[in-house]
Design a protein around this ligand. Structure first.
Ligand SMILES: [Zn+2]
Length: 264
């Protein structure tokens, strides 16, 4: 079809104005090339914007999926600390508030303790330490039988637990009205962690669905990185599935599940 020079000039002007509107920095490039540049920009923006999040999720999921890969080995170093929760006689089978298989946590925790003491890294332990009229006891209107009365045999650390002489102990539930569910109830714990510049906490103990859960949630709220010692904790499971629900809650809040084999 014939097109006179006036029509050509008009077409070229319209195309130039369209390019100027949509690609103001490069109006002289061909449409084809401009589209390629724009597509690349979108791709680049997506990759850069989402890369770190994808990587974080990937790293978080790997420890559970592929235990043999070197990337799953966690090397202990400065800034790491072990926190053993409530490993006391009353919470073991035969105690006043027994957690099923609670005794099986002890040998595993001992091996974690070895790993930390070998590297001269701090080991902390919490212990439930109640007055006789503690508010959590059934006769005071609470949900639990009497347990971990301060100074009693039941409140002592489990026989067989090898805490190092350097262990720092933090009591919880020392007042009638404090439930003692979180190690951070003792203000001294946070102070000590700050003093020793701890940034990564390895937490295990009893019970998964109460004191471990509450301590881990508080630690995450305080911006500590938390690694869950999944092979060194057990749940009370007052309701079936409580332990699993607690694990899911801690993981979705940011805690990373690990096992002894992954710690070096
Ligand atoms: Zn208690």
């Amino acid at each position: 079809m014939y097109a006179d020079s006036k029509t050509d000039t008009l077409n070229i002007t319209i195309i130039f104005l369209v390019k100027l509107k949509f690609f103001p920095q490069n109006p002289l490039l061909t449409i084809d090339r401009l589209i390629k540049i724009e597509l690349f920009k979108i791709y680049f923006k997506y990759s850069v914007g989402h890369g770190p999040r994808i990587l974080a999720n990937f790293q978080r999921e790997r420890p559970m999926n592929n235990k043999k890969n070197n990337a799953d080995i966690i090397e202990l170093g400065l800034g790491d600390a072990l926190l053993a929760i409530h490993l006391q006689n009353d919470f073991l089978p035969g105690g006043r508030l027994p957690v099923a298989e609670g005794d099986q946590v002890i040998p595993v925790m001992n091996r974690y303790i070895d790993r930390f003491t070998q590297r001269k890294l701090p080991v902390f332990a919490t212990r439930d330490w109640h007055p006789k009229n503690h508010g959590s006891f059934i006769k005071q209107g609470g949900p639990w039988p009497e347990h971990c009365i301060a100074g009693s045999t039941g409140a002592e650390f489990a026989r067989g637990l090898h805490l190092p002489v350097t262990v720092q102990i933090f009591p919880t539930g020392t007042e009638v009205e404090n439930d003692g569910y979180s190690g951070f109830e003792s203000a001294a714990l946070k102070k000590q962690l700050e003093k020793l510049s701890v940034s990564r906490l390895f937490i295990g103990g009893l019970a998964t669905d109460y004191c471990v859960l509450n301590t881990v949630c508080d630690a995450l709220d305080l911006n500590y990185q938390v690694l869950l010692l999944t092979d060194a904790m057990r749940a009370v499971n007052v309701h079936r599935g409580d332990g699993e629900e607690a694990l899911n809650k801690m993981i979705s809040k940011g805690a990373i599940p690990v096992t002894l084999a992954m710690i070096q």
